[in-house]
Ligand binder design. Structure first.
Ligand SMILES: C[S@@+](CC[C@H](N)C(=O)[O-])C[C@H]1O[C@@H](n2cnc3c(N)ncnc32)[C@H](O)[C@@H]1O
Length: 329
């Protein structure tokens, strides 16, 4: 399996080169070591240097989200269907979705065009999933979330033919900007190269996602090109880093899977798909009690891309600093 449009396999030490080629933006390949940490720590002498650079990368990332037509980078894929979700996410996802009843709810974070949601409501879904058909009835209520509005005419047509609010498309904000009161809880949450891969604040993202996950519900997601639980893989691109890296304060590595397993009240499985290009690690995060605590990660590196390259350090929560707001994070 090749994710030939997300982080294309170009020979480069900087994964954003694909982006540079598509956006023709020669300034994009800039690594911001410690910039965001400085931002949060509020080190005043560094702020003037760090904040503009960090903001520049965030602004480039925003440019990717808002890109249209030919300006959309080739690596920014927004139209994966449900088959692609089923094939990519942990095997349990297909069964979890098929077993949802009409009072259950599914949240797709980073839905792009929402094609997976449309496929779930297409007649073909039931013929492909005969088991659980009666229980499913009119199917679960679904919320598709995207920063930018990527709805298609088919989305509007499908929504109009379903009962009110059966499918909702939320856009204009990031996951963390919604409250539990606004969204409610969901039995199934998915994120296929959406916010989990793109957020600049991974622990805040996880806190919010797990607060929205109902007890005994599951969150299914993946990361591309990440050091796997058992550590056998190397970065996919020569001379490049892994796309998402976590370190302790002393610089030692913390694998993403280990960090996820430190979250309380969840059972986590991590599975590397080494044959994929680039390899992906897929995660199932199953909520078993409500007292969820997510170990804080401080963002230390962010480089715009599809997906962006990110570095985090395990650390204590840091005070909000002037100039830091929900859109810059
Ligand atoms: C590469 S597209 C993936 C779309 C879809 N999952 C697919 O596979 O076709 C990334 C999606 O994630 C969304 N996204 C990125 N960060 C997000 C965040 N923090 N909260 C919500 N959506 C986010 C983008 O707006 C976009 O809809």
């Amino acid at each position: 399996m090749t994710f030939n449009r997300d982080r294309m396999p170009v020979s480069t030490g900087c994964h954003a080169r694909e982006l540079m080629m598509t956006l023709k933006n020669a300034g994009i390949c800039v690594v911001f070591l410690l910039v965001v940490q400085i931002l949060w720590l509020g080190a005043s002498h560094s702020q003037s240097a760090g904040i503009p650079k960090f903001k520049e990368e965030i602004s480039k990332q925003e440019g990717i989200y808002q890109s249209q037509g030919e300006k959309t980078p080739e690596g920014y894929v927004i139209d994966r269907g449900l088959l692609s979700y089923t094939f990519t996410l942990p095997a349990e996802f297909d069964h979890s979705l098929a077993n949802l009843g009409p009072t259950d709810r599914w949240l797709d974070i980073g839905a792009g065009q929402g094609q997976a949601v449309l496929d779930y409501f297409a007649p073909r879904y039931d013929s492909m999933h005969p088991a659980g058909r009666e229980r499913r009835g009119k199917k679960a209520q679904v919320v598709a979330m995207s920063i930018e509005d990527r709805r298609t005419p088919l989305w509007h047509q499908t929504a109009a033919n379903l009962e009110a609010n059966k499918i909702q498309y939320l856009f204009g904000k990031r996951l963390r900007e919604y409250s539990l009161e606004q969204l409610g809880q969901f039995q199934v949450i998915t994120d296929l190269l959406g916010g989990f891969s793109y957020t600049a604040d991974l622990s805040l993202f996880m806190e919010k996602a797990l607060s929205l996950l109902a007890l005994h519900g599951s969150f299914y997601t993946i990361l591309q090109d990440v050091h796997s639980e058992h550590g056998a893989n190397r970065p996919y691109y020569p001379d490049a880093r892994f796309l998402t890296e976590i370190t302790n304060a002393n610089g030692s590595e913390v694998k993403v899977c280990s960090w996820l397993k430190r979250i309380t009240c969840v059972e986590v499985t991590c599975e590397l798909r080494p044959e994929w290009k680039p390899p992906v690690e897929v995660y199932r995060i199953h909520k078993v009690c409500n007292n969820v605590t997510v170990p804080t990660l401080v963002p230390i590196r962010f480089e715009a891309g599809t997906p962006p390259e990110r570095g985090f350090q395990v650390g204590n929560p840091l005070p909000a600093s002037p100039g830091t707001n929900s859109t810059t994070r």
